[in-house]
Design a protein around this ligand. Structure first.
Ligand code: SF4
Length: 179
């Protein structure tokens, strides 16, 4: 059984992914590191939703210490047009480091379930980091499970956020709505 550390962005995405990877024979542990979620109260709301979900599912969860919002802005400021690349690299690098420190064989991310994220970019960055650290990156397209995540999170009444995470995405989302 391959041990897999899963960067986890939120409860709803986790609800559609973890059972699938278990059925594929992975021994899964979740990893929370999302300093891209703003403001802090929203970060905590998403984290608490995930913690409640995993408590019911008896799934191990590792939470990175602190709230590295300064690290996030240092990574993206000056690259706003291409910020998702830097955001993905920040979060997947932290996941890969944690996976190496803790002796996991592979890592991946629940972002691969989202039809709103750039799958090719996620794969490119995940593979690049995997090569650097000497671990496997599981880059399976999880979008076919997106419907499950919506159904499960509605059934369990999980909090579903209305924007990706950063303050830029919040502005884009609600600016568009207003228009
Ligand atoms: S839109 Fe989402 S993935 Fe892109 S930088 Fe913002 S939080 Fe990160």
């Amino acid at each position: 059984m391959t041990s897999l550390l899963v960067h986890t962005c939120c409860g709803p995405c986790a609800s559609g992914c973890f059972e699938h990877w278990r059925q594929e024979g992975f021994q899964v542990t979740s990893f929370w590191y999302n300093p891209n979620i703003h403001p802090y109260t929203e970060h905590q709301k998403r984290l608490h939703t995930l913690q409640d979900f995993f408590r019911k599912k008896d799934t191990p969860l590792v939470v990175a210490e602190g709230y590295d919002v300064v690290g996030y802005f240092r990574a993206v400021v000056g690259h706003e047009e291409d910020r998702c690349r830097h955001c993905f690299r920040l979060r997947l690098s932290a996941t890969a480091s944690a996976a190496r420190e803790r002796g996991f064989e592979a890592f991946t991310t629940t972002l691969l379930i989202s039809p709103y994220q750039d799958q090719e970019l996620l794969k490119e960055i995940g593979d690049e980091i995997a090569q650097r650290v000497g671990l496997r990156f599981i880059s399976e397209d999880m979008r076919p499970c997106y419907g499950d995540s919506r159904r499960i999170s509605q059934e369990l009444d999980l909090y579903r956020q209305k924007y990706c995470g950063c303050i830029y995405s919040e502005w884009e989302r609600f600016r568009q709505k207003k228009r």
